[in-house]
Design a protein around this ligand. Structure first.
Ligand code: UDP
Length: 391
């Protein structure tokens, strides 16, 4: 009945299903274990009628016109320039840490001196990862780097990952470098917005195609079996001759044969407040205070007008098999296990792996979309070459 089975209805699975259905005109079955599409981007109205991002705040941003135009087929946008802040020594300062943050925290003469040195050394407008800044030899900048490291990164990273910044691959804290600028926006990408009618609506429009069928509330293992000796895939007990696109956990797919890959999960504590607003911006980080990492007020993202507001506190902890695996943990020993799974996957020609769980790498939404589009292009080329050789 189906040419492709897609496991997972997040951005990766949805983009691939949409492309296959509309460009290859093939039939796709999406199998999703949750009771909704949209993966971790899913947003929903709570019982008070407030639109909340169920799995944490989602701000879409990309420098890439092609990605922007691709998604614009499925949604209109509400312009939004994301700003975040953090409490440091009781003072609310812009995050990512920038020249304005320095000015908030240090006496004027010192702030001016530090800013001058940063601009001289790195250039105005540059972005410097904290672990890079700590390598500086200038004594004053070294003091600044240690200050930022201790007050912004160390405890926040420990809360989020259970590890120190230097125990993780440098790209983790590199995702949020120090900005040598007075531009307070969190992202500086050309395209930045929130789907006007929510992410859920975007996904619904993306998957609204007669070639796409969706099976919700279904663990793929209930209907798909993989014989790891013959590499054959079965669907509902019958040999499946099509392709299986898998966006779930790579270690689970291969029955944990090289051991379990660790992930971090997040508990979201949602509070509905009977007032219009709680904080002035969408996200406030608490690197050193409390046990949660940040508080998000979704109304700043969604633009919803409502007499009440909802805030969400995020608590991170190790992930068990029953939890939602949000963050793969990029440490050398885990990446070595992942590399073994990746090698093994090459022996399964009918299985395509894509997405942050299958790649064991944390992606922003725009990157997940770009990678799924490029996987589709590979598949398209393959189908074309099979067609031209008559196979
Ligand atoms: N980070 C931090 N303090 C902050 C914000 C971020 O130490 O106030 C670190 C933390 O290790 C985090 C990384 O920077 O994992 C990347 O931050 P980002 O905001 O991109 O995290 P995400 O939103 O993806 O959870």
């Amino acid at each position: 009945m189906f040419d492709y089975i897609v496991v997972g209805a997040g951005f990766t699975g949805a983009v691939l299903a949409e492309r296959i259905a509309t460009q290859l005109k093939k039939r796709v079955l999406i199998i999703e274990q949750r009771n909704h599409i949209g993966g971790n981007c899913y947003d929903q109205y709570n019982e008070d009628g407030l639109l909340v991002h169920k799995y944490g705040p989602r701000v879409f941003h990309t420098p890439d016109k092609q990605i922007w135009e691709y998604l614009s087929q499925f949604t209109e946008w509400k312009s939004y320039q994301h700003k975040a802040a953090a409490y440091v020594d009781g003072v609310l300062v812009p995050i990512p840490f920038n020249l304005n943050s320095i000015e908030c925290l240090f006496p004027k003469y010192l702030a001016e001196e530090l800013s001058r040195k940063l601009i001289e050394l790195f250039g105005y407008g540059s972005k410097i990862p904290i672990l890079e800044l700590r390598k500086t030899e200038d004594a004053e900048l070294k003091l600044l780097a240690d200050f930022i490291y201790n007050k912004v990164y160390l405890n926040y990273t420990y809360k989020q990952w259970g590890l120190k910044p230097e125990e993780l691959d440098e790209y983790v804290t590199g995702r949020m470098p120090i900005y040598i600028t007075r531009d307070d926006r969190h992202y500086h990408d050309k395209y930045q917005a929130i789907p006007r009618f929510g992410y859920n609506q975007l996904f619904k429009r993306m998957l609204n195609n007669s070639n796409i069928k969706i099976m919700l509330n279904t663990d793929y293992r209930e209907v798909v079996t993989i014989n790891h000796h013959t590499k054959q895939v079965k669907f509902m007990g019958h040999a499946f001759e099509g392709k299986l696109i898998f966006t779930g956990k790579i270690d689970e797919l291969f029955d944990y044969c090289y051991g379990e890959l660790p992930y971090r999960t997040v508990d979201f504590n949602v509070k509905v407040l009977q007032k219009e607003h709680y904080q002035d911006i969408a996200c406030i980080n608490y690197p050193n205070d409390y046990d949660f990492t940040r508080v998000t007020e979704a109304k700043h993202l969604t633009g919803q007008v409502h007499p009440y507001t909802a805030i969400v506190e995020e608590y991170h902890r190790p992930c068990t098999r029953k939890d939602v695996p949000y963050y793969p943990i990029p440490q050398q020993q885990n990446l070595a296990i992942y590399a073994q799974y990746q090698q093994l996957a090459l022996e399964y020609p009918s299985i395509i792996l894509s997405g942050h769980l299958a790649d064991y790498h944390y992606y922003d939404m725009n990157v997940a979309v770009a990678m799924a589009l490029s996987k589709f292009d590979q598949e398209l080329q393959l189908q074309k070459s099979l067609l031209s050789t008559g196979r």
